[in-house]
Design a protein around this ligand. Sequence first.
Ligand SMILES: Nc1ncnc2c1ncn2[C@@H]1O[C@H](COP(=O)(O)OP(=O)(O)O)[C@@H](O)[C@H]1O
Ligand code: SF4
Ligand SMILES: [Mg+2]
Length: 376
Amino acid sequence: MRRVVLTSADPDATVPVVATSLLEVRNLRVRFVTLDGTVFAVNGVSLRVKAGETLGLVGESGSGKSVTSLALMRLLPSQPAARVDGEIVFDGVDLGALPEKQLRAMRGRDIAMVFQDPMTSLNPVLSIGEQVEETIRAHRDIDRDGARARAVELLGLVGIPEPERQLDRYPHELSGGMRQRVMIAMALALEPKLLIADEPTTALDVTIQAQVLELIKKLTADSGTAVILITHDLGVVARMTQRVAVMYAGKIVETASTGELFAAPKHPYTVGLLRSIPRLDGDIGSLRPIEGSPPDLRGEPTGCPFAPRCAWRLDVCWERMPPLVPEGRSAEERSAGEAPAEHLIACHNVVTPTEVELARPDRPGFRPAPPPEATT
Ligand SMILES: Nc1ncnc2c1ncn2[C@@H]1O[C@H](COP(=O)(O)OP(=O)(O)O)[C@@H](O)[C@H]1O
Ligand code: SF4
Ligand SMILES: [Mg+2]
């Protein structure tokens, strides 16, 4: 396999190169060419995941979370329908340069995925046993009996009762929760280095959701598997992750350790997201959706995409997309060799700690800058 050497700091790249990262994504862009025009779905995402860590990827529906994860696995439609740019380095290997055959071997074995709806990923005409055993045999030199024994073990591990009997059943004969457990068993069968779980419990009822999430947490911790957990549920992020990246309009707008992000959010969108969930102390009064709707992703974005919904916006926000940088440090200062910071924000006018509580700017006489056309 081709080893890539990561070169020195690029002032536009927002995530510092860290040798211990399992996954490094740099400036990922995805555009879809449709009859309606070009959809700018992912607009320069950089992120990294360390071995064994769980990163939460959050954001409203349509913010580009699923497209990002599909791009990581190189599972998007090929050109010209989808145009993907950027660099994806997994375990020292440049995935963009990897031939399809090697990539296929890597999927499942090194990087596994669990999707929202297991019915779309399980084959309806094959029994559960055939599918789990097939997954194991595709990547491991193991005979049929060995694969079956391992399948029984795995189904037991994910809490499926009487696993031996379930092997002969078909996906439609199982409940949603059981099917999702089968998907997790298949994803973790090979102890991958990275699991990408895209809204893995959204289709399940609340009590089952909690069980399935606990299961993912336990099994990945046991096997040292890193996780990218995609969700729009900040409660899930709080329970499951060590770090969070908040996405808006195909960009990461803030990233920090989970504790830091909840305690001291700095991006207006993150503050809005945190206000939009019921508080842990049960104060339902604080449940408040963010006003306005997500931007139309057709057309090249100019300025900060959150500007139309943002109470903190300045004139510059309409014109220039802020880079994702540590607060108070410019890209130049960072590329001059400063230590990598864990809390990065893409905002021209970050929220102060008092403003987080108030959820509005607290500056005498401050008014959000009107759109450029309104000032003439
Ligand atoms: N195959 C596709 N063709 C055109 N647009 C797409 C395609 N897949 C996703 N999109 C668009 O890309 C944007 C991001 O979608 P997605 O990543 O699914 O959002 P999320 O997972 O955060 O809800 C959305 O505007 C969506 O409509
Ligand atoms: S202050 Fe400006 S840059 Fe920051 S989120 Fe608001 S509009 Fe975007
Ligand atoms: Mg999605």
